[in-house]
Structures are given as C-alpha cells and as structure tokens.
Write a protein that binds this ligand. Sequence first.
Ligand SMILES: [Zn+2]
Length: 548
Amino acid sequence: MADGHTPSCSKNTPGSSHLPGHKGNRNPTRNPHCYNRKDKMALVSTQNMSPLPAIKTQVRLFNTLSGQVDELVPSDGKELRMYACGPTVYDYGHIGNFRTFLQIDVLRRFLRLSGVNVRHVMNITDVDDKIIRNASVAGIPISEYTPQYVNAFFEDLDALGVERPEIIARATENIDRMVELIQKLERAGAAYRTEDGSWYFRLKAFPEYGKLSKKDLSGMEDGARVDVDEYEKDSARDFALWKAAKPGETSWDTAIGRGRPGWHIECSAMSMRFLGDSFDLHAGGEDLMFPHHENEIAQSESVTHQPLARHWMHVRFLLVEGRKMSKSEGNFYTLRDLLLKGYKASAIRLALISVPYRHQLNFTFDGLTEATAAIDRLRTFNERLTRGAFSAGENAEIQAAAKKAHEEYFAVLANDLNTAEARAPIFDLLRLSNTAMDVGKFYQEDREAVQAVLASFDAVFAVFEDRDTEATRMAVEWAEREGRMAQVAPEVLAQQSLTDDAINALLAERDQAKRRRDFARADQIRKQLTEKGIIIEDSKDGVRWKRK
Ligand SMILES: [Zn+2]
C-alpha cells in the first residue's frame, strides 16, 4: 500500500481520522479522539472463560462476482485485506444499516477466530449529495453538520458491540487521492470534463461494466450523463466523478478545478490507498451493488487493469414485520428508537445477526423478545457455569458433546457464515449441561470444556457481557440533549433513574431489615425495585439482581 504504515492516533496520519471534540459526554473513553483505536470492548468479551482453542478453519463465503461460494483467503498469505463501505453521515443509522455493519462484524470476528489476520478499512462518506442538501437546509457548512452523525454512528456501533475496523478513512481527508485518480482516468481515456467544470466517467471505456451486478446494460447511450450519486439501472450512463462547485456548496480548489467528489470515486480512491490496487474482499449492503460497486470497479480497474477486489460480499436488506422498512409505513427504526422503547442492545445485535447475511431477515418485535430470552438463558447459564462448585473429574458425555458442539459451530460458520445454524449446537450443549448439573454429574473439567465452546461462540456473537444498561443510558442522554424525552418508554426512565450503587444500597438495607425481622420494610424495598424493572434473585449464595 502507498503509505507503508497503519495510521494511528499518535501518528495522526492525515487521511485517516480523528474525532471532532465531543462536548458534554460523561464517558470520554467511549468517544476517543481517534477512530482507529483498538476498542477494548472489541476484544473477546466473555469473562472468566478459558483461552480460545485454535481451530484453523477454511472460511467459505458467497462471492457476488463469481456467483458461487468461494474460499476466502489472504492473497498475500498474511493478512486478509478487506474494504467495507461505511456510513454516509447525513442522519442517524437505521437497523437496516446496522444489519450490514453487524454481519461484516460477524465476518471479521469469525475470520480472526479461524486464525486469519484482518486489515479492514471502512470509509466515512462525509461529503455527498444528501449531506450537502441537509446541511444547506440547516444553513451550516458540512463540516459543522456531519460531526454529530459521525459521533452517533460510533456510539451506535459501540452499543451493538461492533468492532472498529483497523482503518477508518474520511472522504474529506482524501480529496487529493480522488483528484489523482481522476487524473489517471483522464490519461487512460476514461474520464472527461464537461463545460461546467465537472468530470464524468466514460462508460464506453470500460466494456466489462455490469460484471458484478450481472445487469444487462446494453443499449446505453454513449455520452449521456447522470449527475446524481444514486440512480436505477435505467439511468446507467456516464456518471459524475467530480462535481463543479456550485454557489454555497462546500468545494475544494484542486488541479482538476474547484468542486467536490462524486460518491463513487471516494471509495475507489480510499480502498486503493489503504489496501493497494487489488485486495481480497469488498463488502457492503446489497443496495450498493449497483451502481456504487459497479462504478468503483469501473473507476479502479480502468486505471490498474487488475481486479479491484477478488471477492465481493453483499448483505441483504431486512423487512420489518414483513414489510419494507420505510418512514411512510411507520416501521422505520433507528437503533436509538429501539433502545428508547426499552429493547436491549444485545438483543438487537442477536436479532440482526441470527439470520445469515444472504437471507432476507424479517425483523419483528417478537423476534426481539425471543433474542432477549435467548441472551438471558445464555447469561444465566454462564453465571451458573462460572459460579458453580463442581467436583473434580469429568463426564464423558459432556466432554463428547462439547467437542461436537465446537466442531459443528465452526463448520456451519465456515460455510458462508450460517449464523442461524451456529446457535443450535450451543443451546443443545447448554441444555445437556444444565441437566447434568441438576443431577450432580457435571464436573470441573466439563466446565473448562464448555467454557471453551462458549468463548468461541461469544468471540463472534458477543452477547455475554452485559453492556445493555450503558447503551440505553447513552440513548436516554441523547434523547435528553435532543429534546426527545417523549420518545422514552416509562419503564426505561424508571430503570435509568436507579444507578447500580443505589440498587446495591437498597439491597443492603433490605438485608438489614430482614435480619432485624422487619419484613414489611424488606418487602417494600423489593416492591420498589420490581416496579423499576429490577429483578431480585435470592439464593443460598446471597442476593443477585438484574435489570429486566
Ligand atoms: Zn463505497
């Protein structure tokens, strides 16, 4: 790659990014001044679990370009270089967007679990048609308009447990690379300038156009142009690489004139900058296949004459309650909407990843409730496994079941990331272990074997660690700042009104009351906590509580 090093916060490499300041955040570590940190939450989060066993697995993934399931391997034998189209920061992300980011997170986590090093680049489109339109409606420059949505995007990723890519590249910090690429395209006869100072890609110069989306684009009119970034197949014609400055719009003064980049050139320039001319995998939502990815291929390959990416992954759209998600249908949800309604971030994560990426997911509130229950069972089981006192020894049946579950889990994920089938062996093992524990036939070595399986599960699914209260608090604080408190469900407000310390203090008081046989007060405290959505469990080991 061109730079020869990975940008990092300390080096402050131009072109990769540093966060704008984030005032009023009570937890600055969640919003560092650099995107490219290794998020501590990104590491395997399951506490008290054995180290992950090294299972080397050959990952196979559907490749849109070849039309079949292909092996996914680093072409340099060392590091899988992947690029995933990031957000356009003109609004808050909706659950359809996050399904894509989560499925890509599943891929990178599973690759790493399988022993593959990953170099993952994600862009942030912080200049495009929609941003310019919205900023101009708000009457502010785009540099003032986008930071709130950049911050919100990363807060949402954190809430959902999505790992940070190794490199995050902002379009506005890579303008020079885009200009260089357009100059190369001109020299290759694939770009031309129009009278107003805009630049277009000449489709006729790239006969392979359409090879990714397999669209029949014959009959296109030579020289006809489209200047918006998003369009349908019928509008496929010469597309804008560079848009001449218009009064009141953000623009850059460059060697090819004053203007701003088209959306498609952004990804071509940034992917090649950080991953080289030809890399292993390019990923994104299915809506990006045409024209965005098709245009990226045309722009890059017209200059390099090599495949931009060997493997292309596309994540399918979701439906909400059986219908296409849309504002007019009233079934359009951002992550924040769901958190404020009282759904847990972990349940949203699980619901969005439990259907394999190539299948259409029907996102439903019943499904969210099911995911909440599944996580509850997993966490309760993990607690029992961790805290339980087991005798030395092993149960051969559990040992065999753990080994089988582990192998099955790896096998189904390695086969085109079948996340739906990956859950089954884990829950089977959970049931079998619970039964063995109930009858005293679960031993110390069984614990280790089962913990190793759970650790592998959580390395990809990442739902054991309970960060849900924190995620909901983030959303409530945001609602407060934005004057959206009417959106917050009453039970969410009630739960958030009690801090962990306050709950522990009340439980200590309840314990005291019981000791002095003041059962009325003890019951009163239990009632008070229950009303605020705190579930209390008395056991012989003491009192435990959790938020509903
Ligand atoms: Zn892109």
